[in-house]
Design a protein around this ligand. Sequence first.
Ligand code: FAD
Length: 490
Amino acid sequence: MSSTETVLGAVTDIVGNEHVIADEAGRNFYSADISFEAYEPAALVAQPGSTEELAAIVERANRDGFAVLARGGGMSYTQGYTPSRDRTVLIDMRRMNKIREINTEDMYVIAEAGCTWEQLYETLGQSGLRTPYYGPLSGKFATVGGAISQNSVFWGGGSYATVADSVVGLEVVLGGGRVLHTGSWARNGCNPFLRHNGPDLTGIFTGDTGAYGLKAAAAIKLIKAPEFSLGASFSVPDFAASTAALAELAKYGVASEAYGLDPFYADVMVRSGLEFLADHPWSIHFGVDSVDESIAQAGLDLLKGVAGRYGEEIDNTTVNVFKSNPFGAVQSVLLGPEGELWLPVHAFLPFSRAQEAAAAIEGWFEEIAPRLEQHNIKTSLLTAAAGKDFLFEPSFYWFDELGDFRLEKIAPEAAEEWKSIPADPETRSVVLDLRRQMAKRFDDLGCCHIQVGKYYEYAPLMEDETWKLTQGIKQLVDPDGLVNPGSLGL
Ligand SMILES: Cc1cc2nc3c(=O)[nH]c(=O)nc-3n(C[C@H](O)[C@H](O)[C@H](O)COP(=O)(O)OP(=O)(O)OC[C@H]3O[C@@H](n4cnc5c(N)ncnc54)[C@H](O)[C@@H]3O)c2cc1C
């Protein structure tokens, strides 16, 4: 069995000394996500600059019995990139951030997996173009490869659903370092203009949380960048009304984004200057994008008519502020308004069960209220429509040590103020327990998850034949089980 030193030497030969991290602090920093769940520190961290280097690292590491896994911006919290075993080479993808091609005739862009959503959005904007889904709120740091591997919702997701729906083809490094393409990209001499060139092999690699391979690059559809973004906000009486209104709005497929905020988020907004929200603890917000102003206006009027059946129109500054700086809200999502840590759990479900789930979540929060109060843990409830699906995201907030990862993502003055908040392992363990309980409740309600990683239950909830197929694919793409072992429960 090869030693870490042997693999370290080989990987250093591939990427150069400056692109390998082997010290203990560095290995721990890259191996931990913000969920505080257990992980094994990687043996080393490698930063390839090209598909060739990536494939060579995977080939060499796997040959020597080392596992490999990819880490993008590290913004996830479901143990997707946390190693489950020692002898793992963690691959930091962020050097692979080139935009290889913008094809304005066939309307696709090829971006390397380590490109951030902000970089992609800004680069395409210079040519008056956009991808249909155009990134998560974490897109200042989150990468194209990370979002596609996790699957992801938010910007553009009201009408274009999750990121997976915008992908046309992928370049993937499989176990042992083999490289393949999907869609028409896989046809000799063909460009990635068509996703369904035969069966949808692209789909297999989306939402796999890295279990089936390391994405080197993605071809994503292009649209003309909408020049007109109009937004509206409505105050609604309660969570049930918010859920019902969003479920109804989503059916039209017109909103670019549609989401609901609760009293916790209203308070966050009030503190950031949107005082009028103090009178509107529950609210929904939506936008309509178009290249034509009259189309945007007609869409907005239609949705306002729907929302008006559930509540009363209010100032639309919230939706406009968010939209004008799509990747500017990282700090206000990553932390509570006083520097509290944030840890969410989410569930996807069909509209038909949205009300039942809304009632169950509210009921459970009431049940655990004494425990929350005892430990000064706060909660929030974000809801959003992703295409025709419905997303609930309850979150927990508590005071605890921020750590280097969070501190480097927030404004320097906030980091200075909050860096001395002490660690609170006791409250943290209560949050981790409640978060697991919440995930279990969602499973009992028949909900599904994106971002499965090593956190959410997957295999035990699947039909036998489907799970066998999932395992069979793993056997083909990663026969030695050395690509992100444990992810998706594989
Ligand atoms: C403040 C904040 C806001 C957020 N907002 C949103 C939001 O609006 N919508 C949303 O959906 N999520 C959101 N998230 C969650 C998360 O940021 C996103 O899911 C994001 O897409 C993760 O991208 P990443 O590059 O950071 O991936 P990482 O966290 O680095 O990795 C995620 C998973 O993908 C795998 N992976 C990464 N790169 C590759 C690759 N090249 N090949 C194969 N596997 C790979 C990893 O192994 C891991 O399993 C948010 C998180 C934070 C902290």
